[in-house]
Design a protein around this ligand. Structure first.
Ligand SMILES: [Zn+2]
Ligand SMILES: [Zn+2]
Length: 424
């Protein structure tokens, strides 16, 4: 077994999970292209990097494998649509995040986390020629058969294995699991101060009650003993938490454990399964997290095709990072005239910057979302390559409110979830 510190993920790895973990850090740092991400993931990272840049900030992020699932994981159940299949994988790692304003470091954070990544691939044997793909060099939406012969706009030539698989979503969760070495280190960190405090306490007690005959020796011995007992109890609690965390991660339940307990969640899941038997909370959670990111990091959220609600103006302008805290809870669901409306709560830790100060807040993001029911679910739906229902042309919906080819307006809620209110 190699030591934990010796493993490092590489951008050159054949494993897309590893590549993405490295590219994500670089993309947020200096806007380097995240080639392992699909167009919507790249868009989200681009928006966040621009937000940092506009505020004169630099973020440095990295993920170093550690913990009980540092090497590989079994992954969630797979979900499929007509052409694509997706699965979410998780590994445990140490997340380090540094934020600087100019040359001055204003925040440093290290946390043990689980990094979730959804890998989307084409279903083998599927005929993909007519599918649209957003050229990762120039951004034009082109049919795959054209891209493999060279993009008609920028001439970049793509091989099919450069187009898929891609990471179509990611998020991090705190990892409460610990390896036995980590447990030992954490208990030690607790035991030593406990011994010191106990010795001081006992010495003071001896000083103020001189009638009791106590010696320095007994103060030290009792101090050490009580430190070890307190440390042992603390260690036992840590070990128990760690064991439970391990079980949840192992079963892929860390995300959905809270969700599953709520009645309206179950009702929502059953309802969606009528349209698509593969509908899963893992998929839906990813969808919610990615919608929230696009809205909060956008310069102009009111112009976004995925947002249709009261004016947001610049209320999220100081938000520079967000991480998801574990559950998307469906609070309410109703269906009327073929439109399903959901109230959802997502638990996030948000990082704000204002005047060189970093503030972190645990917040509940309350969303209302809607979409038209019926029709097939497109799990690989992308706002970066919307396909016009009228003329079949493909275009970037983040830049166009109507189809640039035939002028038809589009209703995004006919195709996927849109957000009609967001509060935190
Ligand atoms: Zn191109
Ligand atoms: Zn059109």
């Amino acid at each position: 077994m190699p030591k934990e510190q010796e493993i490092k993920w590489s951008k050159l790895s054949s494993d897309i999970y590893e590549r993405f973990a490295v590219e994500l850090g670089e993309g947020l740092h200096d806007g380097a292209d995240v080639t392992s991400g699909d167009q919507d993931v790249r868009y989200g990272i681009e928006l966040q990097q621009k937000r940092l840049n506009d505020k004169g900030l630099t973020m440095y992020c990295d993920f170093v494998p550690r913990g009980q699932f540092s090497q590989s994981s079994s992954g969630s159940a797979e979900w499929k649509d007509e052409h694509y299949k997706s699965r979410t994988y998780w590994r445990t790692c140490q997340w380090k995040r540094l934020i600087s304003a100019g040359d001055k470091q204003i925040s440093a954070k290290q946390e043990k986390v689980v990094l979730y990544q959804t890998v989307t691939d084409v279903i083998s044997g599927e005929h993909m020629d007519e599918e649209f793909y957003s050229c990762s060099n120039c951004g034009a939406n082109v049919k795959i058969k054209e891209l493999t012969k060279g993009c008609p706009y920028c001439n970049t030539f793509f091989k099919m294995d450069e187009l898929y698989p891609k990471i179509s979503n990611y998020y991090i969760l705190k990892d409460y699991g610990r390896t036995s070495n980590e447990l030992k280190r954490e208990i030690l960190k607790f035991v030593i101060p406990a011994i010191i405090v106990a010795i001081i306490g006992y010495t003071l007690d001896m000083h103020y009650s001189p009638e009791m005959s106590k010696s320095w020796g007994s103060a030290i011995i009792i101090g050490i003993l009580s430190g070890i007992i307190a440390g042992g109890l603390f260690g036992y609690v840590l070990w128990a938490i760690s064991l439970i965390a391990r079980l949840f991660i192992d079963a892929g339940k860390a995300v959905s454990i809270l969700s599953k307990t709520s009645g309206s969640n179950k009702r929502f899941e059953n309802y969606m399964k009528r349209y698509s038997p593969e509908f899963s909370y893992t998929y839906f959670t990813g969808k919610v997290v990615s919608l929230v990111k696009i809205i909060i990091f956008s310069d102009n959220p009111d112009e976004l095709p995925v947002y249709e609600g009261e004016m947001l103006g610049n209320r999220f302008d100081n938000l520079i990072d967000t991480s998801f805290n574990g559950a998307v809870a469906c609070k309410n669901m109703k269906e009327q005239d073929g439109i399903i409306t959901l109230s959802v709560e997502a638990f996030m830790t948000n990082t704000y910057e204002s005047g060189g100060k970093i503030i972190e807040k645990d917040e509940t993001v309350r969303l209302t979302m809607k979409r038209r029911t019926g029709g097939k679910l497109d799990y690989h739906f992308s706002i970066k390559k919307l396909q016009c229902i009228n003329c079949g042309g493909s275009f970037d919906a983040t830049k166009n409110r109507i189809c640039p080819y035939c002028g038809s307006p589009y209703q995004l809620e006919d195709m996927d979830w849109i957000v009609t209110s967001i509060k935190m």
